[in-house]
Structure formats: structure tokens, C-alpha cells
Design a protein around this ligand. Structure first.
Ligand code: MGD
Ligand code: MGD
Ligand code: SF4
Ligand code: MO
Length: 862
């Protein structure tokens, strides 16, 4: 029997049909009836089944390093929070929560902090993610409403992706865009990097980072010049501040904009003409827009264009802020940000009054609380003395993560509730509480297009794990608020949340959920996905006092010249097959193969000047800290710019730690950090030896050397290694067992295998001058009952060559097979590759990569 649920990962919110096939085993299929994906899944969703094992899970409450009963742990937590509040006031405690909580969890945490503890010191990792979009929506619409749905993509004739690597980060939305293009729609991508998304586009504008306001103001100015402004719409539904158009016109002629954005004027003109001529346009944006010091202005620059052209509230015409996490949107709905109260209300006296009455609560937060960056600063300064971290890993994901770690280390009481036993943040916890994970928890999530779906439990709760809502309400009850937190099941919380959304609303707020009470628990259990809000603003009425939207004057900030000591600009973001700090995707061997190490991507000409070699190591430094990455040369980068991934942690690497690098500076309106542009420098790092370690058992810490980075492989892990001095130190990490060794002093090569009754336990290869064998065959030996006798040769006699990097994660197809098939069988398009090798025929995430390989191979041949 299959259970309908929702994917654990991104804000696309794909529906899944899960069939439990054994204890902690599940078969995953896309749900053909879910409106977000209609049966499709991307590589991450497809491989969810590989991540539901109990490996690495936290299964019991822990006080320090000791296992404790729930009773004892909860009493301690309640006492510590109560005592801290009694001594230092409610402002001395804080929660830092996450868009990976379910709505019900989120609601209860928010209610406890804002209505009972009585401060708004609850912020969420969504602050790092889309708070600029929230601030932009509030400024323009008077309410944080995303006025778009995926259906608009199916109706659009032009889709513009701004600061969004959709093919990797929202793959199923990308598939939808690709399908619409087959029907003739055009795609424009605006991103400083030539991502796989950009590579596929009809037009790619590789703008200078941070120049989006200039680009959008230029577009607005162009639309005015060519008569594409919808004057009727403006007159009826939009308030235009005095002098707005003069400001827009300033520096907005094509040539000036092209210079500011550093793009060829003909390309810019093509974009502007295309937009002006295409009423059905959707502008979709994410972190390249939000994560900037002028993120909110960048959002409003986009919203201005859509308002002024009347391209909003109509099919196929909308600005579309796409959310990252599975329940980022649900968090906005419950008011999980420190700057909002609940149910799309803020701290205006009438809202405070209304929410307090509804909750019948003893207190209500009077003003916004500390936003994430300020919150961790306050912890560092000793102003916050008790912190609860729920479903997020700030020691990795906050900007200037080194300072965040210092703050956590200094905080008198840190509570972490997480599904994993060890995370970089949990290392600082005084108490750790085991939370239920995806596949065990039960509740609702809201995706990017306001569709609310159920996540349903597939397995019984393992060990003593408990759902987050249960943990929060137990703490609340022990702090003395028994009746207000007397929940027995998520359905009760859901119904309360629905009631609050409608309470005293009278159409003032668009966010109003249907009566969640109808049909009781059974209706909740059976609830099909539904979208709230219909087509927002279809009637031209906005949530402002005068029902008009606002054009918000925004001007391009001067772009900083390169600094002498920090001449490069560091951009950071995501890989296709990893999710954030890898606590889940890191368990999947298939997902590990796409990018096995954290790379720093650099333009070849910069590399030549700086003496960086492709495949070598380099140290990336900023005033905040430094970290080492593997160099990858690519002309997809602009000159002077670097790109590093956010995924690697202390658990998985000695280097590759992007979080240490960004500045803790934020947008003045939203408090969102500017993760995408940090002044930086880069220098080559020489190492005397290289090697790798394949182990069956999990290491508790990376091997000690300059460079050690881990990925999951079937039945074990693979560590890539490099360092200086005596490599023999590494051997200390090898497990006990029967050892076989081969040492070649001339080449400085050491090869050691450790066997446990004939089965491979570990193999370490190190060399100073020689080659290393490919890893695949050795990895496969982990699965053999008796390891092959040619282990130390690194291959079987007469073995076939390497497979190359895995391109298609679904069918495990390597680069070399694809190249060979294109050459030998004369394959001419992506569909033909799919026909021959299956690659690209499931989730489609690798289709852009297949297209590129195809064009490279065919142009090589020509
Ligand atoms: N595979 C995968 N998918 C994910 C996630 C994941 O971890 N892995 N995380 C999810 C989450 S929480 C989020 S928030 C989303 C994020 O999804 P995206 O926003 O698509 O991802 P990012 O890689 O952070 O950044 C997007 C792009 O912004 C570009 N950019 C940088 N600076 C600028 C600029 O000044 N202007 C413009 N126009 N563009 C710029 C970057 O070069 C980058 O390609 O992905 C979600 N989906
Ligand atoms: N430099 C740089 N930094 C960034 C970004 C960037 O682009 N560049 N992007 C930012 C963005 S957009 C985001 S969203 C953040 C993401 O950053 P984080 O939120 O720190 O990332 P995750 O690794 O997803 O952390 C989630 C944690 O919750 C745990 N968890 C999973 N499910 C549950 C559950 O049901 N209950 C509980 N209690 N725990 C659970 C996981 O094991 C994991 O430890 O990173 C931000 N940081
Ligand atoms: S696009 Fe992929 S990661 Fe995102 S919800 Fe769908 S299957 Fe999950
Ligand atoms: Mo995010």
C-alpha cells in the first residue's frame, strides 16, 4: 500500500507515493496527482529512500555526553529557560528555528515564544533565505503574499530567472519551464555565473554581482520609453510616489545600464525588447536576489516592473519569489520570523491585541525580536543566555560561522533538537533532544506556490525520537502553560492555526485558511493538497490601507571597487545533488557522485595570473576566516569572481568550509545576509602527497591532514586526502585487523589494506609522485565477502578503464560511457542518449549536463 506524502527537500514541494517495503525501507515514486510535480521527482527526491536508515541518528535525549530520560531532559530544559527568564527577563532567551519544521511544529514554537515567554526572540534560517522577499512583498503589497503559482509558468510566454540556478535547486520547476519552452516560451537567465540553467537559456546576462537594481530600473525605464507601461492599471491600483519616474530614469539609458551591469548592450537590448513585447512574463527569483546587502531593493525593483506593466494577478504574468526549504512558506504563514507576529500579522497594537486574545495568553511580544545575525551577535555578547536550535545547523550556515561557533561555545545554555546525533552545531549543545525525521513526522508544509500538502509518517518513531511539536509543547507545559499547550496530535494544532488565520480578519489579510475543523481528525489525515489565496490580487486590490500596491523607489548602490588585499569577490551556493549541511543527502552514495569534493570555481585567466592549477588546492580567505578548496577552472565564472559550495562541514571535511567566509553584514530592511558577494583572496596551496582512504566503518573525525574530504559510497565512505610531511601519521586512523602493505620508496607510495576475516575494512593509498588508481573498483570491494587478492594493485587483472564522474544520478551513468556512446553510436541529441543509456530519462536534472557533453563531443569530432 502506498502512502502519499511530500518530498523532504526543496520548496517545489513535490508529492510522493511511498511504499514501505521493509523495516526502514521504502520505495519512492512521484505522485502523479500532486499539482506541484504531476509524478516527476528530481535526483534528490528519487533517492530519498537511501536516506531513511538510522545511521547517525540521535535516538535518545542526551544531557552532555550522557543519555537521559525524556522526563529528566525536559525538566532540565524548562528549568533553565524559566530561571534565565526570572533572572534576566524574557529577552535573555531565544529560539533559532527552521523552514524544515512542519507548520504545526513551527506554530507551537512561535506561540510559546511570542505569546507566553513574551518576546519575539524567535528567528529562523528563513532569515538567511527569503526575508528580503518578505520585506519586498510587504513594502509593495502590504502583505507577504507570493502572487504566482506554478500554473503561471505553464501559461507564460517569457520566463526570466534572476539569481536562481533553477535546474539544480528547483529541478521540477525547471522541468516545467523546459516543457513550456517546447511550446515556444522564451527563457532569460540573469546570473553572474553561467550555470547549467543559464547555459540552456535563450539569453543569459552574466551581470556584475549586485547590479540587479540597475538592470531592473533600466528595464522599467525602457518599458516607459516604448509605451509598455499599463497606465490604466497604475491609475486604478497602484500608488506612485512623487518623482518616482525621474528617479527611475536616472542612469537608466541602455548604455549606462550595460556599463553598470557589465553586459553587452545588444544582449541587454534583446532582453528589454523581449520583455516589453511579452505581456505574459513571469520573473522568478531566489538567492541571487535575496542574499544581498540591497536584497530588499532588488526585490522591489522586480516588483516595480511587474506592477507598472500590470503583469500581476493575471495568468502567466507574475513576479515569483521561489522558496528554498520545504516549509519556508509555512514558516511565513505562522509568523516564525522575529519580525512578524503570527498569521501574516505584525506588531501593530491591534494585531498584538488580537493574537493575544486568540491565544488567551499571559503576555505578547511588543516588538520585533532579534534577527538571526543580531541574535548570534547578542549571544556572543552574553545578552542571550539560553538558546534553542531546532532543525538548522547555524555553526555551518550562518555568515561568519567562526564567530557563531564562538558565541555558541560561550552561551550558558544551548539546546539542540535535531534528527542527527552529531552536527557541527550539536557539538556546542548542553542538551540534545532526538527529533522525528522525514518519514516519521506528520503534519503540513506549504510550498513556493502556496500549496499546502500533508507530510505523512511512513515508519514508527525510532528509539525515543519525538516530533518537534511534541517536544515544544512538553517544554511549554513544564514551564507552567498546561492548557494552552494541551495538544495531542498535529491535527489540533492545524485547526487552531486555521482559526487564527481567520480570526478578526474580515478580508484584511489574504492569508485565511479554510475551516480546518470540518471533518475532524479524519479529514486532516486525508487532506489533499490545496492552494490558498486563489489568484492573489486578481481584482487589483492589495492588502494596504487604501488597497493600492506601492511602487517603491529604489536606486542602484555604487558597486564597490576591488579591495587591495581582497581583490576577488566570493559567491556561494548549491550543488545539484547535495542539500545544505548534508545531514541527509550525505548518506546517499548515488548523490555523492555528482560532485565529490568542495570546489572553488575560478576563471582560467585569473588562475593563470594567480598560479592556480586545475585540480590543485587553494586557500580562499576573507577578513572573517579562510578555508581550503579544490580548484576547478571554468570560464563559466566571471573574472575576479569565485564560487564555493555551502555543503561541507567539520564532519565531512577539513576544508571546504564556506560558512567561515561571508561577512555578517545584512540588508537594512530584511536583515538578510549578503552571502553572494564577499571580498576575498585566493592562493595556491602546495602539498607533498596525495591519497585516499576507503573505509567500511564511519570515522568519528576527518583524518588529520591538510585536506580530507568525505563522501558516502556503498557500504562505507571515501575520503580524498592531501598533506605535507610524513603521511604515515594518517595510518593511525586505520581500523584494527589483518594488514597487507606495499611500499614503493622511490615513488613515495604506500598502499595498505586492512582485512577483517577476509572482508575489506579499509584501504589507504598515498603517493608523493606517482598516480593513484581509480576508486570505483576498490569501493566495490567493500561489498565482497572476500576481498580480491589484487587489492593493492587497485584493480582486477585486465580491468576496464574508469567510468568518469557520474552524470546521471538516477541510473548511475558515468561521463565516459556517455562520451563513448555519443562517439561510437553517433547519438545526436539528449533524447538519443536517454534511449541508449537511460541517462536523463527519470528526473531530468542531468539533461543540461548531457546537452553540454553532447556539444563538446560533437565539436571535438568536427
Ligand atoms: N540541490 C539543492 N537544491 C536546493 C537546496 C540545496 O541545498 N541543494 N537548497 C534549497 C534552498 S533552502 C534554497 S534557498 C534554494 C536556493 O536556490 P538558488 O537561489 O537557485 O541557489 P543558489 O545556488 O544559492 O544561488 C542562485 C544563483 O544566484 C547567483 N547570483 C549570485 N550573485 C548574484 C547577483 O548579484 N545577481 C544575480 N542575478 N544572481 C546572483 C549565483 O551565481 C547562483 O547561481 O535552493 C533550494 N534547493
Ligand atoms: N554562504 C552561504 N550560506 C548560506 C546560504 C548560501 O547560499 N550561502 N544559504 C542559506 C540558506 S538559503 C539556508 S535555507 C540555510 C540552510 O542552512 P541550515 O538550516 O543550517 O541547513 P541544514 O543542513 O538543512 O540544517 C538542518 C538541520 O536540521 C536537521 N533536521 C532535519 N529534519 C529535522 C526535523 O524534522 N526536526 C529537527 N529538529 N531537525 C531536523 C538536520 O539534521 C540538520 O542538522 O543556509 C544558509 N546559509
Ligand atoms: S524538486 Fe526535487 S528536491 Fe525539490 S521537492 Fe521535488 S523531488 Fe524534492
Ligand atoms: Mo534557503
Amino acid at each position: 500500500m502506498s502512502i502519499r506524502t511530500t518530498c523532504a527537500y526543496c520548496g517545489v514541494g513535490c508529492g510522493i507515493r511511498a511504499t514501505v517495503t521493509g523495516e526502514r525501507e521504502v520505495r519512492i515514486e512521484g505522485d502523479p496527482d500532486h499539482p506541484a510535480n504531476r509524478g516527476r521527482l528530481c535526483s534528490k527526491g528519487t533517492h530519498l529512500g537511501e536516506t531513511v536508515g538510522l545511521e547517525g541518528r540521535l535516538l535518545h535525549p542526551m544531557i552532555g555526553l550522557k543519555r537521559a530520560s525524556w522526563d529528566k531532559a525536559l525538566n532540565l530544559v524548562a528549568r533553565r529557560f524559566r530561571d534565565t527568564i526570572a533572572r534576566h527577563g524574557p529577552g535573555s532567551v531565544a529560539f533559532y528555528v527552521s523552514g524544515q519544521l512542519l507548520t504545526e511544529d513551527y506554530y507551537v514554537a512561535n506561540k510559546l515564544m511570542k505569546g507566553f515567554i513574551g518576546t519575539a526572540n524567535i528567528d529562523t534560517n528563513s532569515r538567511l533565505c527569503m526575508s528580503s522577499a518578505v520585506a519586498g512583498h510587504n513594502r509593495a503589497f502590504g502583505e507577504d503574499v507570493v502572487p504566482a503559482s506554478y500554473d503561471d509558468l505553464d501559461a507564460a510566454d517569457l520566463i526570466i530567472l534572476v539569481g536562481s540556478n533553477t535546474a539544480w535547486c528547483h529541478p521540477i520547476v525547471y522541468q516545467r519551464i523546459a516543457a513550456r519552452r517546447e511550446a515556444g516560451a522564451k527563457l532569460v537567465v540573469i546570473d553572474p555565473r553561467r550555470t547549467e540553467t543559464a547555459e540552456e537559456a535563450d539569453l543569459h546576462l552574466a551581470i556584475r554581482p549586485g547590479s540587479d537594481v540597475a538592470l531592473m530600473n533600466g528595464l522599467l525605464h525602457w518599458c516607459r520609453e516604448v509605451g509598455a507601461i499599463d497606465e490604466t492599471y497604475l491609475a486604478a491600483h497602484v500608488a506612485t510616489p512623487e518623482g518616482f519616474w525621474d528617479e527611475v530614469g536616472e542612469g537608466s539609458d541602455l548604455w549606462s545600464v550595460a556599463r553598470t551591469c557589465d553586459v553587452p548592450p545588444p544582449d541587454l537590448r534583446r532582453f528589454y525588447e523581449l520583455f516589453a513585447a511579452t505581456p505574459r512574463s513571469v520573473t522568478m527569483f531566489s538567492q541571487g536576489v535575496n542574499q544581498a546587502l540591497a536584497g530588499t531593493d532588488q526585490v522591489n525593483a522586480i516588483l516595480n516592473v511587474h506592477l507598472a506593466t500590470g503583469r500581476i494577478g493575471r495568468p502567466g504574468a507574475a513576479p515569483f519569489s521561489i522558496t528554498g526549504q520545504p516549509n519556508a512558506m509555512g514558516g511565513r504563514e505562522v509568523g516564525g520570523l522575529a519580525s512578524t507576529l503570527a498569521a501574516h500579522m505584525d506588531f501593530a497594537p491591534e494585531h498584538r491585541d488580537l493574537v493575544q486574545r486568540f491565544w488567551a495568553s499571559p503576555a505578547i511580544a511588543q516588538k520585533p525580536g532579534l534577527k538571526a545575525v543580531d541574535l548570534f551577535r547578542a549571544i556572543g555578547e552574553g545578552r542571550i543566555k539560553a538558546l534553542w536550535i531546532m532543525a538548522t545547523n547555524p555553526a555551518v550556515s550562518m555568515p561568519d560561522a567562526g564567530r557563531v561557533r564562538e558565541a555558541l561555545a560561550a552561551c550558558p545554555f544551548v539546546l539542540v533538537s535535531d534528527v542527527m546525533e552529531r552536527t557541527d552545531s550539536a557539538d556546542y549543545a548542553h542538551v540534545r533532544l532526538p527529533a522525528a525525521a522525514w518519514g516519521e513526522k506528520d503534519g503540513t508544509v506549504t510550498n513556493s506556490d502556496r500549496t499546502i500538502s500533508r507530510q505523512r509518517a511512513l515508519f514508527p518513531l525510532p528509539g525515543e525520537a519525538k516530533p518537534d511539536w511534541w517536544i515544544v509543547k512538553e517544554v511549554a507545559r513544564r514551564m507552567g502553560w498546561k492548557t494552552a499547550f494541551a495538544y495531542d496530535r498535529p491535527a489540533e494544532i492545524w485547526r487552531e492555526h486555521c482559526r487564527l488565520s481567520r480570526y478578526g480578519n474580515d478580508g484584511k489579510r489574504l492569508f485565511a485558511l479554510p475551516d480546518g475543523g470540518a471533518g475532524g481528525n479524519a479529514a486532516y489525515d486525508a487532506m489533499p493538497p490545496f492552494r490558498w489565496g486563489g489568484t492573489p490580487f486578481a481584482d487589483g486590490r492589495y492588502s494596504t490601507p487604501d488597497a493600492r500596491a506601492r511602487l517603491v523607489p529604489v536606486t542602484q548602490k555604487p558597486l564597490p571597487a576591488p579591495l587591495r588585499d581582497w581583490p576577488m569577490t566570493l559567491n556561494t551556493g548549491r550543488y545539484r545533488d547535495q542539500w545544505h549541511s548534508m545531514t541527509r543527502t550525505g548518506l546517499s552514495p548515488k548523490l555523492a557522485r555528482h560532485r565529490e569534493e568542495p570546489l572553488v570555481e575560478v576563471h582560467p585567466e585569473d588562475a593563470a595570473e594567480l598560479g592556480l592549477a586545475d585540480g590543485g588546492l587553494a586557500r580562499v580567505g576573507t577578513p572573517q576566516g579562510d578555508s581550503i578548496f579544490r580548484v576547478a577552472l571554468t570560464d563559466a565564472q566571471r573574472r575576479g569572481e569565485l564560487f564555493t559550495p555551502i555543503h561541507w562541514t567539520d564532519r565531512t571535511s577539513t576544508g571546504g568550509r564556506t560558512g567561515l567566509l561571508p561577512r555578517p553584514l545584512t540588508d537594512p530592511h530584511s536583515g538578510q545576509p549578503g552571502f553572494k558577494a564577499t571580498p576575498a583572496r585566493i592562493e595556491a596551496v602546495a602539498t607533498e602527497w596525495r591519497g585516499f582512504l576507503i573505509v567500511a566503518s564511519e570515522l568519528t573525525a576527518p583524518p588529520r591532514c591538510l585536506w580530507a574530504t568525505r563522501v558516502a559510497v556503498p557500504q562505507g565512505s571515501l575520503w580524498e586526502l592531501a598533506g605535507n610531511g610524513d603521511a604515515a601519521r594518517i595510518e593511525a586512523i586505520l581500523p584494527r585487523g589483518e594488514r597487507v602493505e606495499a611500499i614503493d620508496a622511490a615513488r613515495g607510495t604506500r598502499r595498505i589494506a586492512v582485512l577483517d576475516q577476509g572482508k575489506l575494512a579499509a584501504v589507504l593509498f598515498v603517493t608523493r609522485t606517482g598516480e593513484l588508481p581509480t576508486r570505483d573498483w576498490l569501493i566495490a570491494q567493500l561489498a565482497e565477502e572476500r576481498a580480491a587478492p589484487t587489492l593493492l594493485a587497485g584493480r582486477a587483472p585486465g580491468m576496464q578503464p574508469d567510468r568518469g564522474a557520474v552524470i546521471c544520478a538516477c541510473f548511475d551513468v558515468g561521463l565516459n560511457a556517455i562520451v563513448a556512446a555519443i562517439r561510437d553510436r553517433g547519438l545526436a541529441d539528449v533524447a538519443a542518449i536517454g534511449g541508449a543509456l537511460q541517462a536523463g530519462t527519470n528526473c531530468g536534472s542531468c539533461r543540461p549536463a548531457l546537452a553540454r557533453i553532447l556539444s563538446e563531443v560533437t565539436s571535438d569530432a568536427a
